[in-house]
Ligand binder design. Structure first.
Ligand code: C5P
Length: 222
């Protein structure tokens, strides 16, 4: 059977990573969370006191940060220079700064290079914002996942509560909307549906339903 590439793009908290992980498991493919790479850089930069608007300094950090994504039974683990930063890259400080870091052309160029390298053998499910449009323009399957801001904030809110993290629905709505705005309006590889991507609005769908729909599309193409 052919090992294809699957690109999953869409706005913040649309369920991309949950769905991508499930697809990768079902197909025995590698899951690559590109957002985690931008988050790892953001975390390392903030820790060093680097200004997220300073491209040169960010590049210095990126050039000496080796980022690894490792599958584990508990989910994907993220390492920066061998240090496990899986939890840290999800904190609010990182979440609210990552879109500024991801705006810089030089940062994106280096990240895209690393991502293409990880995807070069196929058999990957890659999720992000510019996978179908830019990182893997020849991916056999491209999916654009959507959901209303209200629904996405609600899902994140419930996730936070289940994890015992303090959470405000109103604040989440604002943060998600702001991140989408920055990601959609940047000059380089903005968040955008690829022309040949299939759009799925997940607002009223369960995870199983979304995964099933995508699996049907995949089986038409392998
Ligand atoms: O997917 P996640 O929400 O973890 O991504 C965090 C941020 O990383 C996004 O809001 C976006 O600014 C950036 N990103 C990106 N391109 C990607 C993946 C993520 O610009 N391919």
């Amino acid at each position: 059977k052919k090992k294809i590439s699957i690109a999953i793009d869409g706005p913040a908290a649309a369920g991309k990573s949950t769905v991508a992980k499930r697809l990768a498991e079902a197909l025995s493919y590698v899951y690559i969370d590109t957002g985690a790479m931008y988050r790892a850089l953001t975390y390392c930069a903030l820790r060093r006191g680097v200004d997220v608007h300073d491209e040169k300094q960010l590049m210095n950090v990126l050039n000496d940060t080796y980022i690894e994504l490792k599958p584990s039974p508990a989910g994907q683990l993220v390492f920066a220079n061998g240090e496990n930063v899986t939890e840290e890259i999800r904190n609010n400080d990182v979440t609210n700064n990552v879109s500024y870091v991801a705006k810089h052309p030089a940062v994106r160029e280096e990240m895209v290079k690393r991502q293409r390298e990880l995807g070069r053998h196929g058999g990957v499910v890659m999720d992000g914002r510019d996978i179908g449009t830019n990182v893997l323009p020849h991916a056999e399957v491209k999916i654009f996942l959507l959901a209303s801001v209200e629904e996405r904030a609600k899902r994140r809110h419930e996730e936070n509560i289940a994890r015992g993290i303090p959470s405000s629905l109103e604040q989440l709505k604002e943060e998600i909307a702001r991140r989408d705005q920055i990601d959609s309006q940047r000059a380089v590889a903005p968040l955008k549906k690829a022309e040949d991507a299939i759009e799925i609005d997940t607002t009223s769908l369960s995870i199983d339903e979304v995964v099933d729909r995508i699996m049907c599309i995949v089986y038409e193409r392998v």
